[in-house]
Design a protein around this ligand. Structure first.
Ligand code: SF4
Length: 346
């Protein structure tokens, strides 16, 4: 069987769709799985062993673009897919597979997709995202198994070495990664002063530690502020790495501290020791799926509020997580998972 997956647009969602691909491959080991993905998530799928080919979809943006989607549909038709899994919930995301006349077009009930999809799943209750996507691997009338695998990403050692060399990362010193961004909004961002204080604590605890700040170009000012407040020689790589390079740096990090963000899910899928800081969102819905992950969530009476900005104006859910607590959580995560050959003992 030839399968096509229409990817979601967010890094975290892309990571959380990996178990679906794993289940599909398990059911059809001889089949192929291609993924149609925008550049914003393509590298995530390139780090999945189950994927045969990642097809770029840069020319199709969030707009309707009917003509472009028809053209894309004709290109997909030439590839003769047997089935297509449409992960975004929009009607427009289901148009190209419909134009391509792919026989089985599978997805969740979404906006006006009757006809566009011919296998539509409806969950009786909201599921965590991993299970939400994994559901599509099974017939509509079959219950989801109790245990769905956690997302796993993989990059070859040669790629890790190449990226390490490009960014002049020392081989014999621990790498700690801070990811202070969160696309959703400030109510998911631990304050810069806390990241800065944590960086200073890390430098005290681990000699010769290399602290990298990763994120997009728009997070660069945030990282500059953290570096200035910390008084430490932090490497601000926000906007300097491609997503593919950021994945390779996270994959070899000895520890990752992030907000609830796409890079948090990346760190979990590479099984890195990590601390995930949750504010207005809910770790029960989108947790980092890794036994080594430590989640810090205060579970205040007002949380989760799922707001982009704190409606109460104080952001206590994040402000009240002290840097020392994040350091201890990271130490606990390091103990749970071997971080490789580099000595990271205090
Ligand atoms: S209302 Fe509560 S959970 Fe929401 S952002 Fe403010 S402090 Fe956080």
């Amino acid at each position: 069987m030839r399968s096509l997956v229409i990817a979601p647009n967010w890094i975290g969602d892309a990571v959380m769709s990996q178990p679906l691909l794993r289940l599909l491959q398990k059911k059809d080991p001889e089949g192929t799985i291609d993924v149609l993905a925008p550049a914003s998530v393509g590298p995530v799928y390139q780090a999945m062993r189950e994927v045969s080919e990642v097809l770029g979809s840069a020319h199709v943006s969030g707009k309707l673009q009917l003509g472009l989607r028809w053209k894309l549909g004709r290109e997909l038709a030439a590839r003769r897919y047997d089935r297509c899994y449409v992960l975004p919930n929009s009607a427009k995301s289901a148009l190209a597979p419909w134009f391509a006349r792919i026989p089985q077009r599978i997805g969740h009930h979404g906006e006006a997709r009757i006809g566009l999809l011919n296998v539509r799943h409806r969950s009786p209750k909201p599921l965590p995202m991993v299970e939400h996507y994994a559901r599509l691997a099974y017939p509509i009338d079959q219950a989801l198994p109790a245990a769905v695998p956690d997302p796993v990403l993989h990059l070859p050692a040669a790629r890790l070495a190449e990226v390490r060399q490009k960014f002049r990362i020392e081989h014999d010193a621990p790498i700690m990664v801070l990811c202070p961004g969160a696309e959703f909004g400030p109510a998911k961002r631990w304050p810069p002063r806390h990241f800065a204080a944590l960086a200073a604590l890390m430098s005290d605890r681990w000699r010769k530690v290399q602290i990298l700040i990763l994120g997009a170009m728009k997070e660069r000012p945030l990282a500059t502020e953290i570096a200035a407040l910390s008084g430490q020689p932090l490497r601000n790589l926000c906007g300097e790495t491609s997503l593919s390079e950021a994945l390779a740096l996270i994959a070899q990090a000895h520890g990752v501290v992030s907000n609830d963000s796409g890079l948090m899910h990346v760190a979990a899928a590479f099984r890195r020791p990590q601390v995930a800081l949750f504010g207005s969102s809910d770790p029960r819905h989108t947790p980092p799926r890794s036994a080594a992950a430590q989640v810090l969530w205060l579970e205040l009476s007002c949380s989760p509020c799922f707001e982009r900005e704190c409606p109460l104006g104080h952001l206590d859910c994040l402000n009240k997580i002290p840097p020392a607590r994040a350091l201890e959580a990271l130490s606990a995560s390091l103990k749970l998972l071997s971080a490789g050959s580099t000595d990271i003992s205090p």
